[in-house]
Design a protein around this ligand. Structure first.
Ligand SMILES: Cc1cc2nc3c(=O)[nH]c(=O)nc-3n(C[C@H](O)[C@H](O)[C@H](O)COP(=O)(O)OP(=O)(O)OC[C@H]3O[C@@H](n4cnc5c(N)ncnc54)[C@H](O)[C@@H]3O)c2cc1C
Length: 416
């Protein structure tokens, strides 16, 4: 079923009784060409592009809960491509270009809104670092503007420009950055994959792998063993737990990240503002709620919930950036589990096991990567060679020392 203005009108006239379910609920088959483990954004987009771009449709996505129950439905929805390292910029720009045509591509309203992302700077040193990043972006053809304090004042007059500790001097602006509705992205990819023949199997946890003589043969699940020629694991915060079943240890730690939403307010914040030194970033959803977050909780965990000290820290940071936020009431907060790598960059690569592919290490920035990650992972699985924009995301870079440390914080995962 194709969604269009005409289909809305005709379905309204027939009492909305003829809409089809957005995807089927199939029983798992005994065997597939490819099994994708994890029905989050990256798993679903991989299945979608495997079918759409590479013609591989005998595919199952196996999800332990419901589609979108992980980080894809828990993030703060920011998309951008303001990365400065040569290994990162082309990948994230490829992703942003896919975002720009995504809703037409999968015929689903993901509420993509290019409202601009502004990263504030508060010192001369930080301005130089952002100028360098902006220049690196422009050299790759990506939009970036270094704006001064007067320009930021014009955009967001309610920020605390004269904060004693972090006076705002300006910011790096990417106008093409913005937000998209996170769970609609999962649903759009799910629908697109399902309509091309991919089986989306919910409530089916992968409990082990069948590996014979170093060759992948199938997955063991709570609904039986499923044979497959290839497997792609895309389980984000559960990566180390799932990969432990293969005996492969990874340079990843799992950490909790929390997010917050206030009551609905009249529109006043029409872009995304990021206050990196204070560990705070904020946007306003189309429903009016302020959506914001901050730093990781700072300890290793697989629990999808955070703790009170970080709530206090994030609220303090919010108050020092925009004191008016103290008048808003927080309605909800939640946590998600981040797969933090030692250099803050992801992994899209083969593993030493034949037919076994890995997609992980998205840290707290994997939502924006969802389209390119799925496209590049599908390319790797189908062709067994990396997509040109994802060649830097090799697993052996940790062994060989070619780290991709965008934030230049060193090999400490909870600092990226
Ligand atoms: C609070 C918060 C804010 C964030 N904000 C942003 C942001 O603004 N911008 C941005 O770019 N990124 C952001 N992120 C990061 C982003 O959400 C993640 O990097 C990205 O969603 C991870 O990829 P995914 O969607 O595939 O993960 P998930 O949705 O977590 O998918 C993994 C899936 O694997 C499933 N799974 C796990 N184990 C098994 C198993 N054994 N068998 C079967 N299935 C299994 C899980 O149930 C889950 O559904 C944020 C994250 C959080 C938590």
């Amino acid at each position: 079923m194709r969604y269009s203005a005409l289909s809305i009108v005709t379905n309204a006239l027939s009492g909305n009784r003829n809409w089809k379910p957005v995807w089927r609920e199939p029983e798992p088959k005994a065997e597939y060409d490819v099994v994708i483990v994890g029905g989050g954004g990256h798993g679903l987009s991989t299945a979608y592009y495997l079918a759409k771009e590479f013609g591989i449709t005998n595919v199952a996505v196996v999800e332990k809960g419901w589609l979108g129950s992980g980080n894809i439905g828990r993030n703060t929805t920011i998309v951008r491509s303001n990365y400065g390292l040569p290994g990162n910029t082309p990948f994230y720009e490829f992703s942003l270009k896919l975002w720009e045509g995504l809703e037409q591509d999968f015929n689903y309203n993901a509420m993509m809104s290019q409202r601009g992302v502004l990263n504030l700077f508060h010192s001369d040193g930080q301005r130089d670092a952002f100028a360098r990043r902006g220049n690196a972006m422009r050299l790759e053809g990506v939009d970036a503007e270094l704006v001064d304090q007067a320009a930021v004042r014009k955009m967001y007059p309610f920020l605390d420009f004269d904060n004693a500790r972090f006076p705002i001097q300006g910011g790096l602006l990417q106008r093409r950055g913005g937000t998209a509705r996170h769970d609609a992205v999962a649903w759009g990819y799910a629908r697109g994959a399902d309509s091309r023949g991919v089986d989306l199997i919910q409530n089916c946890e992968v409990t082990g792998f069948v590996i014979e003589g170093g060759v992948f043969k199938g997955v063991e699940t709570t609904r039986g063993t499923i044979k497959a020629k290839k497997v792609g694991v895309a389980v984000a915060g559960s990566t180390t737990r799932v990969m432990h079943k293969t005996g492969l240890r990874l340079p990843i730690e799992s950490h909790v990240l929390q997010a917050f939403v206030t009551e609905g307010l009249k529109p006043f914040l029409d872009g995304v503002v990021s206050f990196g030194v204070g560990h705070f970033y904020i946007s306003q959803s189309d429903k009016g709620g302020l959506v914001f977050g901050g730093d990781l909780d700072g300890y290793n965990s697989y629990a999808q919930r955070g703790n009170l000290p970080m709530i206090e820290h994030v609220c303090e940071a919010g108050m020092s950036l925009m004191p008016a936020i103290g008048r808003a009431r927080i309605l909800r907060n939640w946590g998600g589990v981040m797969d933090m790598t030692m250099d803050g960059s992801p992994i899209i690569d083969k593993t030493p096991i034949d037919g076994f592919f890995l997609n992980c290490g998205w840290c707290y920035g994997g939502f924006k990567a969802t389209p390119a990650s799925g496209f590049c992972f599908a390319h790797l699985i189908a062709r067994e060679e990396p997509h040109p924009v994802a060649v830097a995301y090799r697993l052996d870079r940790f062994e060989k020392g070619y780290l991709l440390d965008e934030e230049r914080t060193g090999a400490q995962p909870n600092l990226h």
